[in-house]
Design a protein around this ligand. Structure first.
Ligand code: ADP
Ligand code: TRP
Length: 321
């Protein structure tokens, strides 16, 4: 079985990205084969600052490695380092009905939020289909918001196979379980678009400030509170061990505590939880060439597979003899 997924380098990773996606990628990296890439071509649809895109892409690589993505298990690479993907994208584009793309909710949402709809944004799902088909991926772990794009991919692969003969493997989406949403500092879903994120590698002083500013209700100190419905408790639970979690839940149910105490405890578990990853990150940042080497090696492994599949597709549709 081959697992593949991509993540856009549009901002530094936050707790929602880690617990909702990255942690599962890491768990899945020991499957038969795993391919994970940093989707810089997709990010180009929104990040229009060259230095920022370069820096974000490097940071994404360092963060993923620090968090435990292991190049010995997974092929890790940058999307644009495999130019075959844009070649395959064109082949697929020629068979893509406009209506299929017009129905994509991610595109409709972005347009509704005032993003100018250029052809890159519109054809985003075709490039995503190329990402997946290029490696004969069987399983694609994604959040719920991306499931429609996997359906588009299956549609495009199915029509190509129908027109030109069996060429592509039809992938399945694996909806990430804990896409149980991670709440942000305002209690809403954590998202870079809502300005309510806690970043995985936030400097500790800044993290403390942000945690202390997490919104809370005006319950009097002595009142009890149902832990599960509280976003501070939900965040704490992500990183606390079982006994810490039970103790905190008991304190909520007893009452007689202030949210300040919970925030301090949250900062404590968050600091411990990511401490090793922070150390690994520092070591990697000190050796950027090592990170570049890992990415170069990943790209060359990815290109080997990509070249085979592209040749198969080009032969099928008559571009090659
Ligand atoms: P954002 O909402 O910050 O723009 P992305 O859409 O880039 O995040 O998300 C990348 C991955 O992280 C997706 O798989 C998504 O499902 C997951 N993710 C993002 N935010 C959360 C969250 N608050 N809770 C759980 N998963 C999340
Ligand atoms: N569109 C995905 C997201 O925003 C990122 C992505 C690009 C991707 N290509 C992919 C995910 C291929 C899975 C497979 O989250």
């Amino acid at each position: 079985m081959r697992v593949l997924s991509g993540i856009q380098p549009t901002a530094r990773f936050h707790w929602g990205n880690y617990f909702g996606a990255i942690r599962q990628y890491i768990d899945l990296q020991t499957e038969d084969e795993a391919y994970y890439f940093i989707a810089d071509l997709h990010a180009l649809t929104t990040v229009r600052d060259a230095d920022k895109l370069r820096q974000n892409t490097f940071d994404a690589a360092v963060d993923l490695l620090a968090l435990g993505l292991n190049p010995e298990h997974a092929v890790m690479f940058v999307q644009s380092h495999v130019p075959e993907v844009t070649q395959l994208c064109w082949l697929l584009m020629t068979g893509t009905p406009m209506g299929l793309l017009e129905r994509c909710t991610a595109f409709k949402d972005k347009k509704a939020h005032g993003l100018t709809a250029d052809a890159g944004l519109f054809t985003y799902p075709v490039l995503m289909a190329a990402d997946i088909l290029l490696y004969d991926a069987d399983v694609v772990p994604v959040g719920k918001d991306q499931v429609q794009h996997i359906e588009v991919c299956r549609d495009l692969a199915g029509s190509f196979n129908h027109e030109f003969g069996e060429t592509f493997v039809l992938p399945k989406a694996k909806i990430l379980e804990s896409t149980a949403k991670v709440p942000g500092t305002d209690g809403e879903k954590m998202s870079k678009s809502y300005n309510n994120t806690l970043e995985v590698f936030e400097p500790l002083g800044q993290l403390k400030k942000k945690i202390m500013r997490i919104t809370t209700d005006s319950r009097p100190m002595e009142d009890a509170k149902e832990p599960e419905s509280d976003h501070l408790f939900q965040l704490y639970s992500l990183m606390a061990d079982d006994s810490q979690r039970e103790e905190m839940a008991a304190m909520y149910r007893r009452g007689g505590f202030g949210y300040g105490e919970v925030k301090k405890a949250l900062l404590g578990v968050a600091t411990d939880y990511f401490a090793e990853a922070r150390e690994r990150r520092e070591a990697l940042v000190a050796k950027p060439e090592q990170v570049q080497d890992i990415l170069a090696d990943g790209a060359s492994r990815a290109r080997k597979k990509a070249g085979e599949v592209l040749a198969r597709a080009e032969t099928a549709c008559g571009l090659r003899g």
